[in-house]
Design a protein around this ligand. Structure first.
Ligand SMILES: [Zn+2]
Length: 504
């Protein structure tokens, strides 16, 4: 797959399902929680929806002459049926619950296609039932990107949505206002279009509802730059020369009523530096000052915009990092303050935000992560990322340290979200950490087997072990193998007698 096709947004549609006869002053929507098993936005709260299916375009949507809109409505209705069992078609009111269940089986088993099923039972979709409330595009920091059409739809009186196992963990009727308050208390995570819908609906269903939905500039297909998955933590992806498949590095702006902390302004590109500066200025205009610029580690895609940002903000703004980050950067970036393991960084103002610094080497010697206990938030830098894999490249990289760092992160109490250096936020932190640890241990086991079988060079080991990795990535895989071999030597599991690797 080329990078271009990997990052182009795919068409998708979602339904904001309103409860039948809901109170217009305090409307209820059906909010789902995505399964923690999902690689993309696992554990996030959202609305039912998904990608277009080619057959969606074969459905004739009454009252709709535009092909794209018709396909989007058809997709949204199909996803609603597949995920929650609600059939949003006219004519379905005459079906019994049992009949709808057998239609569901026909569709899921593949006995009938979506257009075939609607035709066969004399059902039809009508555009008037679906109110278009915006089109949101995933920002380019994710490899999985969607151009999602959102529709409001009122749940028919006789149908009750229920979560069908698979991609969803749970779902329930929730007052939009209550859900946005839960987000505000950092109890749930949501992507910007979900949050916007909840906030818009919480102001009530009235004549200007659709205008309010569409008044957000990002409701028209222009990806958002600032992504606030959780209150007071803005993820601001900036384009960087980073490791594919990533194309961006996440800069984080953590703010209170009075202060802003900037983590990893990584872009060396002027247009990106200006966009970041403009976003920080917006927060400053509301009465905040920038406390510090903090660096997770020394890699160029995390520090490339530090000097430009300092120049923009003024010399009084300090740069802080671990000593083992400051040293290799000396001469290029001045680090004014060193951060030690266990140090607390408290922002003034409200809410109370206190980050505790963790020295977590492995990817880089001076790598820092930041943990906030109140909300269970971990800023993980490149130790855990929302897309792609983490390179452990000796001598800067060290596999033994890395695994130890992963275990330390795993032992943090009540982790609720990980904000990584690349890609979307991770709402299933323990599961992700377990995956990272077991992935490395499985690789280590295979490398050990390859050594036992007589493989002698990192190239030979890569050829035997990294069978799932494209040849183009083999040079990087060799670095990782080297890191594993070093760990195995440190562990005393293998040794090298000057000629060959042997099991100790
Ligand atoms: Zn890095």
């Amino acid at each position: 797959m080329s990078l271009r096709s990997a990052t182009a947004p795919k068409d998708a549609a979602a339904i904001i399902l309103l409860r039948h006869d809901t109170d217009p002053l305090n409307p209820e929507v059906f909010l789902i929680k995505r399964s923690e098993k999902l690689a993309f936005l696992g554990g996030f709260y959202a609305f039912p929806g998904g990608q277009f299916d080619p057959a969606d375009t074969e459905v004739n949507v009454e009252g709709c002459s535009d092909r794209d809109s018709a396909a989007a409505i058809s997709c949204a209705a199909r996803e609603l049926f597949e995920e929650l069992g609600v059939l949003a078609a006219q004519g379905s009111e005459t079906l019994t619950k049992g009949q709808r269940a057998s239609l569901f089986d026909d569709l899921e088993s593949g006995r009938m296609s979506w257009p075939g099923l609607l035709n066969h039972y004399g059902l039809h979709l009508h555009a008037n039932d679906f109110t278009f409330v915006g089109r949101w595009v995933t920002p380019p920091f994710s490899v999985r990107r969607f151009d999602t059409w959102f529709f409001l739809y009122k749940c028919p009186a006789k149908q009750e949505p229920r979560v069908i196992q698979g991609e969803l963990e749970s779902g329930e009727w929730t007052h939009a206002e209550e859900a946005s308050e839960r987000w505000q208390r950092s109890e749930i995570l949501a992507v910007p279009p979900t949050l916007h819908a909840l906030k818009t609906l919480s102001k009530g269903i009235n004549a200007d509802l659709v205008d309010r939905f569409l008044s957000n500039p990002h409701a028209h297909g222009e990806p958002a730059r600032r992504i606030e998955f959780q209150p007071n933590y803005i993820c601001f992806p900036v384009r960087t020369p980073t490791k594919p498949p990533a194309t961006h590095t996440n800069c984080y702006l953590i703010y209170t009523s009075r202060q802003i902390l900037v983590i990893d302004p990584g872009s060396p590109y002027e247009d990106e530096q200006q966009a970041l500066a403009a976003s920080i200025d917006e927060l400053r205009r509301e009465g905040r000052t920038v406390g510090e610029i903090v660096l997770t580690h020394m890699h160029p895609d995390h520090v490339g915009g530090v000097n430009a940002l300092r120049q923009h903000l003024g010399p009084e703004v300090k740069v802080a990092a671990h000593r083992l980050t400051a040293e290799p950067l000396s001469g290029a970036i001045r680090v004014d303050r060193l951060i030690e393991e266990g140090e607390l960084i408290a922002l003034s103002g409200s809410p109370s935000i206190v980050l505790s610094a963790m020295h977590t080497p492995g990817h880089a010697r001076g790598h820092l992560c930041f943990y906030e206990e109140r909300t269970g938030t971990l800023i993980s830098g490149d130790n855990i990322v929302g897309l792609g894999s983490v390179l452990i490249d000796p001598p800067e990289g060290n596999m033994r340290d890395y695994l130890e760092s992963l275990r330390r992160m795993r032992s943090l109490p009540n982790l609720s979200v990980i904000f990584g250096g690349h890609g979307p936020a991770i709402a299933n932190p323990y599961k992700k950490l377990d995956e990272y640890i077991s992935h490395r241990l499985k690789r280590e086991q295979k490398i050990l087997e390859a050594v036992t079988d007589g493989a002698q060079t990192p190239e030979e080991i890569v050829a035997r072990v990294y069978t799932d990795v494209a040849p183009a990535a083999h040079a990087m895989a060799e670095r990782a193998v080297l890191a594993h071999l070093e760990k195995l030597i440190q562990d005393g599991t293998i040794n090298h007698d000057g000629q060959a690797w042997r099991i100790a």
